[in-house]
Design a protein around this ligand. Structure first.
Ligand SMILES: *Cc1c(COP(=O)(O)O)cnc(C)c1O
Length: 353
């Protein structure tokens, strides 16, 4: 299939002067343009880049009723003053297609995603912030757009990419609660897809954990609630006896791009790393022998989110305090150094816009 170049209808008046670049709250500002591409008659149509704006929809739009809606989250950065790069768009593209397949939604050609992304960012170049630790957050989303209320797989979809500048994520260490009642994802379910419904279902257990004084839950397997799966909306990582350990991918764990990058960098830096099941019992034992030295979440938004306390069956277990030599911060540093162009991009993670 030959996809055409996006048709561009630029803004007449930029909104960029409304942005406080010194104070970039996550999710607050949206850049001038968005990419929109519709799927109908069994084909992706010509993409358009248009001013970001509200859109109209039918109350019968299928995504609202039956949940065919998936998304991605990735970032673009400044590399020096001249260049803008996107971090591993190919990996996000592959994951988007896996999410689409799980939700019976049509696959997307790579060119539509990657080329669309580049063109959009090029047009909104000024929105990529300059400050240290800042980035342009990129949100691709695909949803069922057909208006029809019978239960069915939609025949029409809309793909949108919009972006927004974000600041340095505040890294307050998290208090997390091991969740043994609710589940995020079950074997055979949609946990490995980045679909909207996974988030909707996670809000209630998370709000309950908040009421109990925790920031996030540490999800456990839905079958027996014995093994750790993920931390909130991030992959869970631990340092046990000097080894970086993270649960293995399964259909109930999201294949995080950050998770993959940190595992790769650990191997590069000579830090032993293992993907293997981690049980609650093992964690309890590690707290008893003081062999757990780090626990953190891994995800695009903050790269690493340190955990200071883990509640297991109502008992709070505290991690030792962290410093810049902690494995998580060494990995974060290495990743940020590659993104900034200061360390060679030996795994071809950087795509220039
Ligand atoms: C997006 C997401 C992550 C993190 O993935 P990254 O690609 O590293 O941003 C982890 N867990 C869940 C459930 C997610 O939705």
């Amino acid at each position: 299939m030959q996809l055409e170049e996006p048709v561009i209808r630029p803004i007449t008046q930029s909104r960029i002067d409304q942005v406080d670049f010194e104070n970039l709250e996550f999710g607050k500002y949206i850049s001038d343009h968005m990419l929109v591409c519709d799927y109908n008659n069994k084909a992706w149509q010509t993409p358009k880049i248009v001013p970001f704006a509200d859109m109209s929809m039918s109350p019968a739009m299928l995504a609202l009723h039956y949940g065919q809606s998936v998304f991605e989250g990735l970032k673009a950065f400044r590399m020096g003053e001249e260049q803008i790069c996107i971090f591993r768009p190919d990996k996000h593209y592959e994951r988007l297609n896996r999410s689409l397949a799980r939700m019976c939604m049509p696959a997307m050609p790579e060119e539509l995603f990657i080329n669309g992304l580049k063109q959009l960012i090029k047009l909104d170049e000024e929105w990529v912030p300059h400050g240290e630790g800042t980035a342009l957050y990129i949100r691709p989303i695909v949803f069922a757009s057909e208006a029809r209320f019978g239960v069915k797989v939609s025949d029409e979809y809309r793909f949108i990419i919009f972006t927004g500048p974000t600041g340095k994520m505040f890294q307050r260490a998290l208090r997390v609660k091991v969740e043994t009642h609710y589940s995020r994802a079950a074997r055979g379910g949609t946990g490995a897809a980045k679909c909207a419904g996974n988030y909707g279902g996670a809000f209630l257990p998370t709000l309950k954990a908040r009421e109990e004084g925790y920031d996030q839950v540490l999800w456990t397997d839905a079958n027996e609630h014995i093994h750790i799966e993920e931390s909130g909306m991030m992959n869970a990582m631990f340092v046990l006896d000097g080894v970086l350990v993270t649960p293995p991918l399964s259909d109930s764990i999201l294949n995080g791009v950050t998770r993959d990058a940190l595992l790769t960098l650990a191997r590069d830096l000579g830090i032993p790393a293992e993907e293997r099941p981690v049980s609650i019992q093992e964690l309890q034992g590690c707290f008893r022998n003081n062999t757990i030295t780090e626990a953190f979440g891994a995800g695009t938004a903050a790269v690493v989110s340190p955990i200071e306390a883990i509640s297991i069956n109502g008992v709070d277990h505290y991690l030792p305090s962290y410093n810049k030599n902690s494995i998580m911060f060494r990995l974060q540093q290495e990743l940020e150094s590659i993104r900034a162009g200061k360390t060679p991009d030996r795994h071809n993670w950087i795509v220039l816009v």
